[in-house]
Design a protein around this ligand. Structure first.
Ligand SMILES: Cc1cc2nc3c(=O)[nH]c(=O)nc-3n(C[C@H](O)[C@H](O)[C@H](O)COP(=O)(O)OP(=O)(O)OC[C@H]3O[C@@H](n4cnc5c(N)ncnc54)[C@H](O)[C@@H]3O)c2cc1C
Length: 410
């Protein structure tokens, strides 16, 4: 069952009320079979004796995870020096170390499971497209090294493709993201209900949480809401806190020779490219000049971004001229105002006039991966499971920071 989530996020009385539904009772239910849902299921499987279910509107990987570039990068969509300015140096260091934990867990998972998802620790280049960007990269590299991270500043373009220089991050990795989701779900043994879109989420009259989809009514003690960009469509409390941003990608036919051996991230992350194991070039991004058009849930590619992607390919990869494009796709990311995910329990009182109260104890969320969900995945879902099951503090990612800012602005 596949359909455009953007078009169908509610259900009518006519379509639903006459249906007989199966009921299920589990300890922990997960909504969303993306990288976060799959990773959370895997962490939950390490807790003995928990009955779990993962409910997915389409099929696992159908959202942004299976449409991503497959880059597993350290850090966030801000170079290290910018992150230090934004969050303070200690917190930026902590964030970058946190994403390195994902890389370590993923490498271990690949080894334990016979690398079923083309994990490759190939390293990355962060490439400067201007002298200004080179200046940021030089500063970022120096600060990374000062803070104990491995990074190398290259003042010449390592690709010889008209970039101004780069940072080389040897610890970054590439994966086949749809296979990674599959491998995690298989290893977790979680019961998957696919083609089931949840349209209701309420406190249960018998305690815990009740959710409902077309075919199921599920009661659980705890619910992990891992629908990333789609969360505001199910749960209004997230409206305005997560912005949906579409990203577009192209993949060429296989090239005759290998032209890249690392994953590449350029123009402050607005463009990214890699060569796939079968020789194809994958290129994504080019949305920056069309930012307003790309704030959408619609799953389609557009002439403006696609033309820009083809132009980029022509300029930087003459080898790809005339090779042909085999795939074009889009996916929807979720951005927060400060670039960090939101983690917490859905117990929120209105702090700002007009904002919605919403309290469903037992519902826990980790949302707003800001275009780096693979990089956040293992570490963030581990934290979420600890928040939900052990009462851990979401710390820096707590949504209470939004309230604090809102009160300050009043
Ligand atoms: C084009 C593109 C390229 C990207 N490249 C990279 C990259 O190289 N590296 C990187 O780290 N990140 C990348 N990202 C970002 C990354 O894909 C996301 O950050 C990540 O997938 C978020 O994971 P998630 O599991 O939270 O959400 P998703 O992967 O979006 O999964 C959410 C799931 O929830 C399901 N769902 C939604 N609503 C409901 C409902 N009501 N009921 C049941 N199920 C529901 C959806 O069907 C979906 O499968 C890219 C994103 C895009 C769009």
């Amino acid at each position: 069952v596949t359909f455009n989530l953007a078009a169908f996020m509610t259900i009518s009385y006519w379509l639903d009320a006459h249906r007989e539904k199966q009921t299920r009772q589990v300890d922990v239910a997960i909504i969303g079979g993306g990288i976060m849902g799959a990773c959370a299921a895997w962490w939950l499987s390490k807790r003995k004796g928990l009955k779990t279910a993962l409910i997915e509107a389409n099929k696992p990987g159908w959202g942004a995870a299976g449409r991503s570039g497959g880059f597993v990068l350290r850090g966030i969509m801000a170079y290290y020096d910018q992150a230090c300015e934004r969050y303070g140096r200690e917190q930026a260091k902590w964030i970058f170390q946190f994403t390195e934990q994902t890389q370590a867990h993923m490498a271990e998972f690949a080894e334990q499971t016979g690398n079923q998802f083309q994990y490759q620790r190939c390293g990355s280049y962060l490439l400067a497209c201007s002298l200004e960007e080179l200046h940021y990269l030089e500063r970022a590299a120096a600060m990374l090294v000062e803070d104990g991270f491995t990074a190398e500043y290259l003042k010449q373009d390592p690709l010889k493709r008209d970039y101004y220089g780069a940072i080389y991050n040897p610890g970054d990795a590439a994966v086949q993201p749809a296979l990674l989701v599959e491998a995690l779900i298989a290893a977790s043994g979680v019961s998957v209900l696919q083609g089931e879109q949840v349209f209701r989420l309420e406190p249960s009259s018998t305690g815990g949480v009740e959710i409902e989809s077309g075919g199921y009514r599920i009661r659980c003690d705890r619910l992990l809401l891992l629908t990333n960009a789609y969360a505001p469509l199910l749960e209004q409390w997230f409206a305005g806190k997560l912005q949906p941003v579409r990203g577009q990608v192209i993949v060429t036919r296989p090239l005759k020779k290998q032209v890249l051996d690392r994953i590449c991230y350029a123009n402050f992350g607005y463009e990214y490219f890699r060569q796939l194991p079968d020789g194809r070039l994958l290129l994504g991004g080019c949305r920056e000049p069309f930012a307003a058009e790309e704030v959408t849930y619609a799953d389609n590619v557009t002439p403006s971004v696609q033309t820009a992607l083809i132009g980029y390919l022509k300029d930087r990869f003459p080898e790809a001229a005339g090779v042909g494009i085999d795939y074009r796709w889009s996916g929807v990311m979720a951005f927060t105002r400060d670039g960090l995910p939101l983690v917490g329990e859905l117990i929120h009182q209105p702090v700002v006039t007009g904002s919605l109260p919403r309290s469903v104890p037992g519902v826990f969320y980790a949302l707003g991966c800001n275009g780096h969900g693979l990089g956040w995945s293992f570490a963030l879902s581990k934290l979420l499971v600890e928040v939900a099951l052990d009462g851990a503090d979401p710390g820096l990612f707590s949504a209470s920071r939004l309230n604090a800012k809102a009160v300050a602005a009043q």
